[in-house]
Each structure stands twice: as structure tokens, then as C-alpha cells.
Design a protein around this ligand. Structure first.
Ligand code: SAH
Length: 370
């Protein structure tokens, strides 16, 4: 018997309902209460009879939502949540509202929770973690410094989304919510739980697959697996270098799956109608951001239906690289654009609270504004 309900799929709930001698249709009621209504306790599931709710509680069965341990609010409206998993471990989940007052802009006072809480937003993106820590050891990423602690369960992955939606008071239909699996960890090193969570998020929570993106550091076999899934998020690949020597020095995973293998997988990835693959490229000052690197990158990805997201390094303690000046970023972008590659510069979100890309390491003090 399971102790927490979150993470269970409909067939698993059907078994549980049967064990309690309840009619089969109660499984669907449980499913909807858990994922759509996002209840916190079995007692709240008003569609279930009192005695069933009580016997769930008596057997020690809980919903199993993770708890919000800390919450940091950025001046730009971004919220970084420290989410506790119940066994003393925690991960980070980031809420990024956009438009209609969701962003306070640069000139404003530093935000606080009450000030931001009442703000409206047009759409929002939740950045979700897949592991406690990370094993991949990218040299520019703060999460790498934690090492890998463990995989998250499907329930813990879905649970991050549920607690953030509850905290932000978002109710279905969730048309304006996007998910990116770009938080702590490497989703493809926790592939099964990640995919299980995707299904629960689509079928249960109600976020369409077209509004989800998963990012990988380049775990090639699972790129092929993802391509074969009937329901799947869009794919982003963290490239970060334009040749093998450079990539191996920045991302040791490149020894296992080099650029030839990685780009081959990208080329073969079955894109849907109008879908594009994303290549992410973290720009490190005078390391991978020269005009030569940009031209090499153009050749490397030639013929892949893809866009490139450039991310100027978000700095942090223990990271030896520097952030390039805006001019270098634009020069790099212009070379790609001139070659016909759609290229965007990702705006850093929540740098002042350590919420930006590569900064998630469960920092409990606020960062100096970068
Ligand atoms: N492990 C997966 C999912 C994390 S996504 C992956 O690597 O794709 C996090 C993104 O932030 C990656 O594209 C990564 O290259 C980028 N990143 C890591 N450290 C960064 C930093 N210090 N500044 C900016 N981007 C960073």
C-alpha cells in the first residue's frame, strides 16, 4: 500500500480504491481531486464519502504534497520556492510571471511578498526540478556543486507544480501556464519518473504537452526515447559549446556523448508540425562567445529545424567564468541571425534571489544584485 497519493496514476488509484472496497468510479474522483483540484488532505475530497476519507487517513494515507519551506520574491516578480520533500531533502521551483504587472521592472523597489501577491500576470512559467542536486557537473552551473543526492519521484515532480499553483492561487483552466523542466537536476537521468510526471501533468493537472519544454545536457539515448513518446514536452538541448574540445572542458558529459552523437540525435528527432528544437547556449566571456564560436555553431547545427536561446552567464560563488558584456552577446546573436538561425537572448529572471538559470543550489540568503 502507498502512503502518499500524489504520483499515482489512474490504474494505481483503481487498485487502491478496490482494496478499500469502494466502487471503481472513486478512482477517477480521487484522480481529479489530487491533480485538478489539488487538495492538500484526503479530508478535503468532498466527492468521497466521509467513511472512505476517514479510513484513508486512519491507514496513514496522505496526499503527499511537498511543503514550501522558504519563498524568495524577486524585484522582477519571479518567486523562488524552496520545496521540502519530507525526508529532509529539498529542491527549488521557480515561478516566473510575465506581462500585465507581473514584472515590476528595473527601477522599482525590491519586491516583497505582499506587494507582489496581488499583481496580475498574463502568462507564467514554472521551472521544475527533476533531481535533488545533479550528477552532470557542468562547470558553469551552481547546482553541480551540490552533487547528486537522489532522484525525485513522479509525485514530487508533479507536487512542485501543485504547491506553486496553490500558492499563486491559479485555478483551471491553466491556459496561461507553461512548464519548463529546467530546474535542479538532469531530467533524462530520471527519465521514467519524469515521463510519469508529464502524463499526470497533462491528464490530471491539465497543462497541455505543447506548453511544456524539457531541457537535457545531452543524455543521447533518452533523446531518442523522448522522440518515440506519444505524449511529450518540446525538447531543448544545452549545447553551450561549438566544438568537442570546448564542450568537454565545460560539460564532462561530452566525453560520453560527443557533439557528433548529440547532433545526430537532434537531427533525427521527430518534430511535430511547426515545432522547433531549442539549443541553449550559455555565453561565458572569452571562453565560448567569440565570433569564431558563433560561426562554428552555425555550421554545427546547419539543417536542424531549431532556434537558439542564448543565456549570458548568471554568476555565482564558486563559478570561475565571467558574464560577457551586452555587446559581445549581441555580436554572437547577430552572426547566428545573419546565417538564418532564429536566435533569442534569454532575459535573466530573479538573479537578485538566485533564481536564474544555473543558480539553483538552495541558497537561503539573498544574492547581491548582479
Ligand atoms: N540539466 C538540464 C536541465 C537544466 S536546464 C540541462 O542541462 O539542460 C538549466 C539551463 O541553464 C541549461 O541550459 C544550462 O546550460 C543553463 N545554465 C547552467 N548554469 C548556468 C549559469 N550559471 N548561467 C546561465 N545559464 C546556466
Amino acid at each position: 500500500m502507498h502512503n502518499s497519493l500524489l504520483g499515482l496514476q489512474l490504474p494505481e488509484l483503481a487498485l487502491l480504491v478496490e482494496e478499500f472496497g469502494q466502487p471503481a468510479y472513486r478512482a477517477r474522483q480521487l484522480f481529479e481531486a489530487l491533480y485538478q483540484q489539488r487538495v492538500e488532505t484526503p479530508e478535503e475530497i468532498s466527492t468521497l464519502p466521509q467513511d472512505f476519507r476517514r479510513s484513508l487517513s486512519e491507514k496513514g494515507i496522505s496526499v503527499g504534497l511537498p511543503g514550501i519551506e522558504r519563498k524568495f520574491v524577486s524585484r522582477d516578480g519571479t518567486v523562488r520556492y524552496l520545496v521540502g520533500c519530507g525526508d529532509g531533502q529539498s529542491v527549488e521551483t521557480v515561478w516566473m510571471p510575465e506581462g500585465d504587472g507581473g514584472e515590476a521592472g528595473d527601477g522599482s523597489e525590491a519586491g516583497n511578498e505582499t506587494e507582489m501577491a496581488g499583481r496580475r500576470w498574463e502568462r507564467a512559467t514554472i521551472c521544475v526540478s527533476s533531481q535533488v542536486g545533479c550528477a552532470v557537473d557542468c562547470q558553469f552551473c551552481l547546482t553541480a556543486l551540490l552533487g547528486i543526492k537522489r532522484n525525485l519521484t513522479a509525485g514530487e515532480i508533479v507536487g512542485q507544480v501543485c504547491v506553486v499553483l496553490n500558492d499563486q492561487d491559479v485555478s483551471p483552466p491553466l491556459e496561461r501556464v507553461n512548464l519548463v523542466f529546467m530546474g535542479m537536476g538532469e531530467p533524462f537521468l530520471n527519465y521514467e519518473n519524469f515521463m510519469k510526471a508529464v502524463h499526470l501533468l497533462v491528464d490530471g493537472v491539465g497543462i497541455p504537452e505543447s506548453r511544456m519544454t524539457v531541457s537535457t545536457a545531452g543524455i543521447v539515448p533518452h533523446i531518442y526515447d523522448l522522440g518515440a513518446e506519444a505524449v511529450r514536452p518540446k525538447l531543448a538541448i544545452s549545447l553551450n559549446a561549438s566544438n568537442d574540445a570546448l564542450r568537454t572542458s565545460l560539460m564532462p558529459i561530452n566525453r560520453k556523448w560527443n557533439l557528433e552523437k548529440l547532433i545526430a540525435a537532434a537531427r533525427e528527432f521527430p518534430l511535430r508540425n511547426r515545432e522547433r528544437l531549442t539549443f541553449e547556449y550559455v555565453l561565458l566571456d572569452e571562453v565560448n562567445d567569440s565570433a569564431q564560436n558563433a560561426r562554428e555553431l552555425v555550421e554545427l547545427i546547419r539543417g536542424v529545424r531549431a532556434k537558439v536561446n542564448l543565456i549570458a552567464l548568471n554568476p555565482g560563488p564558486g563559478i570561475v567564468f565571467r558574464t560577457p558584456v551586452q555587446e559581445r552577446v549581441l555580436q554572437f546573436q547577430n552572426i547566428l541571425k545573419a546565417a538564418g538561425v532564429p536566435t533569442f537572448v534569454r532575459r535573466p529572471r530573479g538573479r537578485d534571489i538566485y533564481a536564474a538559470c544555473g543558480q539553483l543550489k538552495r541558497t537561503v540568503e539573498l544574492a547581491p544584485v548582479a
